[in-house]
Design a protein around this ligand. Structure first.
Ligand SMILES: [Zn+2]
Length: 266
């Protein structure tokens, strides 16, 4: 019978267990940082052995008290993370468009505007085009207006009139109302910040109105611009469409049709 197996029996003395003999594997003489996990077992065995051999002098130094565990570091509250702006607002900030984010206008759910902003101006290539009406629109729609202005409205003026655009009259943009100002009608795209009404375009030294262009060249410019707008907007209405649009170009991006991609350009 081996020594180790005897010492596993609580009723049998094992006086040299911690003595000068070679330590048993797995039961070290002294505690160490790596052996502290075994202390409860060592203490239990030592207690049993002492009960069985009361007269036997201790042959080894008492086991030291387990080291107190290092105090756990105080819980650290995670630093508050900044609330990320919408990706649309981030894109808009890089687009050359000057705008100011706005609080959502109060109104019924049907008139909810996603990420409302006020358009102020569009800059690029050393030119600034102002939006003096500061229309309130949804951020996604602001991107469309910026693209349309940069890629159609401004270069078509240079092509047709050999002049630059300095400002665009857009109307207020947002308006929570029924279509064509009819109370009780389905909410207009203006009610979701998805529409503007261009009534005039300021050029260097003059202003052209949609209702009455000053000459044939200006009329061609406005007509070309109106047709081009169908590439950016879902609905384009203007003089000749109906009485409600006799003096401005209504441009909106409210999805049309089953797939949301239909167009109404008159
Ligand atoms: Zn309109």
């Amino acid at each position: 019978m081996g020594h180790g197996r005897d010492c596993d029996q609580p009723s049998r003395p094992c006086p040299r267990r911690h003595g000068r003999g070679r330590p048993r594997p797995g039961l070290p003489l002294r505690t160490s940082p790596t052996s502290r996990a075994r202390i409860p077992l060592a203490l239990g065995l030592a207690f049993a052995l002492e009960g069985a051999a009361l007269a036997a002098p201790p042959t080894t130094a008492p086991l030291p008290d387990p080291r107190p565990r290092a105090a756990a570091p105080p819980a650290v509250e995670p630093a508050p993370q900044p609330v990320p702006a919408s990706t649309c607002l981030a894109r808009l900030a890089l687009s050359g468009l000057r705008f100011s984010p706005e609080a959502a206008p109060e109104g019924p759910e049907a008139c909810r505007v996603v990420d409302p902003v006020r358009l102020e101006a569009l800059s690029g290539d050393g030119v600034t085009i102002a939006f003096p009406d500061r229309p309130l629109v949804a951020c996604g729609f602001a991107e469309v207006v910026a693209s349309f202005t940069r890629e159609a409205l401004a270069p078509l003026a240079v092509g047709h009139l050999q002049t630059r655009v300095t400002a665009v009259g857009t109307g207020p943009g947002y308006a929570c109302r029924g279509r064509n100002q009819v109370p009780g009608a389905r909410v207009s795209a203006h009610g979701r910040g998805l529409a503007i009404d261009i009534a005039w375009i300021a050029l260097e030294g003059r202003r052209e109105t949609v209702a009455s262009p000053s000459d044939a060249a200006a009329a061609r410019y406005l007509d070309t611009l109106r047709r081009a707008a169908c590439g950016w907007f879902a609905t384009v209405l203007g003089p000749g469409s109906d009485a409600a649009h006799a003096d401005h170009l209504h441009l909106d991006r409210e999805p049309r049709g089953r797939d949301g991609e239909s167009r109404l350009c008159q």
